[in-house]
Ligand binder design. Structure first.
Ligand SMILES: [Zn+2]
Ligand SMILES: [Zn+2]
Length: 365
């Protein structure tokens, strides 16, 4: 079939909205009619050339849509099912999947690096040449063919143009708290960075009964939103020293410090903001070539530095659960939606993201 998609031919060029060819779903694959998809910094990193990708590529990895057709062997999904497409494929069979760490699935990264579906298949073509897809998904397109395990069924009454955000940012931020940090009631949490992930950290901390929730950012309107979502204290790091302020607020350091920016100085500050025995969790992605300098003595004080990919999401458990929490008004993810755009306007939406004017813009098909 012929569909419209946003194709990126090389870094530092605009996405080109084109008609392309999409094959029918193969074995264990499904055809999804897209309803909405979020616009994320990870897409922007490819556009700016900060992260590697095979080209040409259709980006987009925060999709929500409706199953249109199922390929041979698909038993869990049927046409008409509403699905959210998690950013990470999980095979369900490798040691990581079996051990309950599916975000580390050993099949996900090779497929992602090849720009293919799991197993190497490519279903999108332009003039007979295969197009790559981002995170085995490529949701900046009217329809996608994905592996059935990249489609998580959600309840029909949940608006897909909101819950699509559970594919990436929100699963990462909330999952960082509930799956990785696993904070206990009353523990103090600080988040460095109040973008989509950092604000989701705040929602996760609030949901988990955190004591003091402290938000650090450089932009006042993001800090205002952090307060709205549950932060008790906000620190504008361009106006005051966050480390000092956090030590004052918590009386010696936070129990957990979450870094969602991926900046080396912020990681150092986040690590310095926990008390002896505290834990600092990295969820932001620093450029792969950068190194981190820390005083090893701090580890003798029992401090832990760790990280998480996609909030250790177990998508088939977590996404429907987060949808229920959202529908019960316990997880106000709609507050992260800054606006909607059409596929044709996607380059402007990326400019908004790059220049820090939005948390999340969503393409609505
Ligand atoms: Zn993302
Ligand atoms: Zn696996």
């Amino acid at each position: 079939m012929q569909i419209r998609a946003a194709v990126l031919y090389e870094a530092n060029s605009p996405l080109s909205i084109e008609t392309v060819d999409l094959d029918p779903p193969g074995h264990n694959e499904v055809l999804v009619k897209m309803v909405a998809t979020g616009i994320c910094h990870s897409d922007l990193h490819i556009i700016k050339g900060h992260d590697p990708s095979p080209f040409p590529v259709v980006l987009g990895h925060e999709g929500g849509g409706i199953i249109e057709e199922t390929g041979p062997g698909v038993t869990d999904l049927r046409p008409g099912d509403h699905v959210v497409l998690p950013a990470m494929f999980t095979c369900g069979k490798c040691r990581y999947c079996v051990e309950g760490e599916p975000a580390l699935c050993s099949e996900a990264l090779p497929a992602h690096l090849m720009g293919s579906l799991p197993g190497g298949g490519k279903r999108l073509h332009k003039n007979g040449l295969p197009l790559n897809v981002f995170y085995s998904q490529g949701s900046f397109a009217e329809y996608v063919v994905v592996h059935e395990r990249t489609a998580v069924k959600v309840r029909d009454d949940a608006p897909l143009d909101v819950v699509c955000l559970l594919s990436c940012a929100i699963s990462t931020g909330v999952g960082c708290i509930v799956n990785r940090a696993r904070i206990r009631t009353g523990e103090n949490v600080v988040t460095y960075g109040c973008g989509g992930v950092g604000l989701s950290v705040i929602m996760g901390a609030k949901l988990s009964g955190a004591g003091k929730i402290i938000a650090v950012d450089l932009i006042d309107w993001k800090l205002d939103l952090a307060r709205e979502l549950g932060a008790d204290f906000t620190v504008n790091a361009s106006k005051e020293d966050p480390q000092q302020r956090i030590l004052e607020i918590t009386g010696g350091g936070a129990d957990y410090s979450i870094e969602s920016i991926g900046s080396i100085p912020a990681i150092q500050q986040a690590f310095a903001s926990i008390h002896s025995g505290g834990t600092c969790v990295l969820v932001g992605a620093p450029p792969m070539t950068e190194l981190l300098e820390l005083a090893p003595f701090e580890f003798l004080l029992g401090k832990t530095l760790t990280g998480t990919l996609l909030g250790n999401a177990r998508s088939r458990i977590d996404i429907p659960r987060y949808v229920d929490l959202y529908m019960d008004s316990k997880l106000p993810i709609e507050k992260l939606v800054s606006g909607y755009c059409r596929l044709e306007d996607i380059n402007g939406a990326f400019l908004d993201l790059e220049e820090g004017r939005v948390i999340r813009e969503i393409v609505r098909f």
